[in-house]
Design a protein around this ligand. Structure first.
Ligand code: HEC
Ligand code: HEC
Length: 90
């Protein structure tokens, strides 16, 4: 058995490949903008921007806990690494 495909089949595969790639690009292009709020650049958060992520995360819950000054909503996703989801402001 020969391993080279007949010419027509190769052409077909190339077309399929291009269509799939275009489809993916279109899909990514249309993806909704991310909705996770970024850390606001205010006096509460400014000091975390220079900090190591893990170190910074150990402070979040002093304010963002149920009886803190800015409790998380009830449907907030699991919170174990805040800064994986909440990016710094642009
Ligand atoms: C000193 C208290 C304090 C600490 C510590 C703190 N925050 Fe906040 N945070 C606030 C307050 C108050 C608000 C709401 C008012 C505002 O937007 O600044 C807020 C708002 C936010 C928001 C925006 C929410 C929205 O709806 O836009 C995010 C995201 C956030 N904090 C993440 C964090 C993360 C992650 C950390 C740890 C690195 C952290 N915060 C540490 C007080 C704090
Ligand atoms: C798995 C991703 C993820 C992690 C981890 C995470 N968050 Fe969030 N957070 C979100 C999303 C998504 C929203 C928007 C929720 C909404 O709009 O209902 C949000 C919203 C918030 C808000 C706005 C108030 C609210 O509850 O809607 C604050 C403040 C906040 N997060 C702080 C934190 C802190 C502090 C931590 C770590 C203890 C953390 N987040 C960890 C994804 C995450």
């Amino acid at each position: 058995m020969t391993t080279t495909l007949p010419k027509r089949k190769t052409l077909l595969l190339n077309i399929v490949f291009v269509v799939v790639v275009l489809g993916l690009l279109l899909f990514l292009w249309n993806a909704p903008p991310e909705t996770t709020p970024r850390m606001p650049p205010d006096e509460n958060h400014q000091r975390f921007f220079a900090m190591d992520r893990k170190e910074a995360e150990s402070f979040c819950e002093t304010c963002h806990q149920p009886d803190g000054i800015s409790p998380l909503s009830e449907d907030h996703p699991p919170t174990f690494r805040c800064l994986f989801c909440h990016k710094l402001p642009e």
